[in-house]
Write a protein that binds this ligand. Structure first.
Ligand SMILES: *Cc1c(COP(=O)(O)O)cnc(C)c1O
Length: 432
């Protein structure tokens, strides 16, 4: 039976047929699935921690082998010479975020990188000092902005402008964001917000936001924790000034693993830009002269501080090689359909009950793979029941369940199973 305008059908056969015809179906078997209550889970939490590729172990073992066999010589010898290890991840990262290779580098952790980038790209003056961000940003981002502003001797309450949805709405309207940028134009130093909002799943129009910020003389930077490896990004063409992300969500690189940064080419050769430097950002040719006077490397590399964790990078690379194999374009195109299918099933199951409200925007241009479900009744009990039945999503206080089907390892059948269990859980806890 066909239903709605999407052409999806609400049958098990249909889900199986969609999986059969999925050009990326073989990738599912390249990941390790966790267990819940002794059974393989149906995993929708790639927005929080991506699954482990089966290849990760051998990538790490290879570096352990290099370390064991060569010890200090491993820095300069062999095909994996650690001195140049930063170069390995660049081709894949550049494709994932839509950048030139010299505009990206893997380094540090996300929260640390937010700070280091702010040191360079938030340069408040008496006249221009304000920052626009979204209200309800991820805590690390809020703390980062608050303390960066204090670090500059300014008052966060007067300096940080938070964008909130209109009364009765859950997400921001692009026109409201752009109007706010224009309104504060003369005082505005920076727009710094997420690419995809972690709570609502809203994908912001980074191209228009950046363009408008530039028109008023401000810069634009984005936290891409939920966007990297999820949405189509063209940071270079959009002329975004800077961005950073983590690698353990959609980039499947392991808990707490290395972050990455983007610095636009136009800032590539600006030794005048203030930065907190370390030896790994210093001119590679002269690094071992151990002399005074910091001379930054060209591009994003000039923001590196420390020599990177090679074991962490090995895990990162295992996943990035899968991205190279699958290609962002194919991943995104499956992802859009998978999320629409999830939306179709949620509407099928909750019907007109009004109990589930999807707060993520309906348009695929305004969202990644995640749907955020506001549960108006029995939310936590429904969530706990889903978990007990093997569905791993996540719960966000006070009443949101986030479900993120990823194109790498989720199937149409996963969503069918989710819908069946959701239906039973609602009957048990929400309709009663
Ligand atoms: C996941 C996430 C973080 C986490 O920061 P870490 O430094 O990696 O611990 C920060 N900001 C946003 C928006 C996130 O989604």
């Amino acid at each position: 039976m066909k239903s709605g305008s999407t052409g999806f059908e609400n049958s098990l056969e249909y889900a199986k047929r969609m999986d059969e015809n999925d050009p990326l179906k073989a990738f599912r078997n390249r990941f390790i699935f966790p267990k819940v209550n002794g059974k393989e889970a149906t995993y929708f939490c790639g927005n929080s921690l991506g699954l482990q590729p089966k290849s990760t172990q051998s990538y790490i073992e290879r570096e352990l082998g290099n370390w064991g066999e060569m010890a200090v010589d491993g820095h300069f010898h062999g095909e994996d010479a650690w001195y140049h290890v930063r170069k390995k991840s660049k081709p894949a990262l550049a494709k994932i975020v839509g950048a030139q290779e010299h505009e990206v580098v893997a380094m540090n952790n996300l929260s640390s990188n937010l700070h280091f980038l702010m040191v360079s790209f938030y340069q408040p003056t008496d006249k221009r000092h304000k920052i626009i961000t979204e209200a309800g940003a991820f805590p690390s981002d809020m703390y980062m902005l608050e303390t960066q502003v204090k670090f500059r001797g300014l008052d966060p309450n007067e300096t940080i402008i938070e964008l909130s949805p209109r009364e009765g709405e859950h997400t921001l309207r692009t026109s409201d964001i752009l109007d706010t940028i224009r309104k504060h134009g003369d005082d505005l130093a920076l727009v710094m917000m997420s690419g995809i909002q972690y709570y609502t799943g809203q994908l912001f129009d980074m191209a228009s936001i950046t363009k408008t910020a530039h028109e008023v003389g401000a810069l634009a930077g984005f936290d891409l924790a939920h966007a990297a490896g999820n949405a189509d990004l063209s940071l270079h063409d959009w002329e975004v000034d800077f961005a950073t992300w983590c690698s353990y969500k959609y980039l499947n690189s392991g808990p707490g693993n290395i972050s990455g940064i983007f610095v636009h080419e136009k800032h590539a050769e600006r030794p005048d830009l203030i930065r907190f430097a370390g030896w790994w950002g210093h001119d590679e040719e002269e690094r071992f002269k151990m002399e005074k006077g910091f001379k930054p490397m060209y591009g994003a590399d000039g923001w590196q501080l420390a020599n990177p964790n090679v074991l962490a990078l090995a895990a990162h690379q295992a996943s990035l090689d899968l991205f190279e194999e699958a290609g962002m374009e194919r991943l995104r195109s499956k992802s859009e359909i998978l999320t629409q299918y999830l939306e179709f099933w949620i509407e099928e199951v909750s019907g007109n009950s009004g109990i589930i409200e999807i707060i993520t925007p309906k348009s695929t241009k305004e969202r990644g793979c995640q749907l955020s479900l506001l549960i108006h009744k029995g939310g936590k009990a429904v969530f706990d029941e889903l978990y007990q039945k093997g569905i791993v999503g996540d719960w966000r206080h006070p009443n949101v369940i986030r479900i993120a089907p990823t194109p790498f390892y989720n199937s149409f059948l996963d969503i069918y199973k989710f819908a069946e269990i959701l239906k039973l859980s609602l009957e048990k806890f929400a309709y009663s």
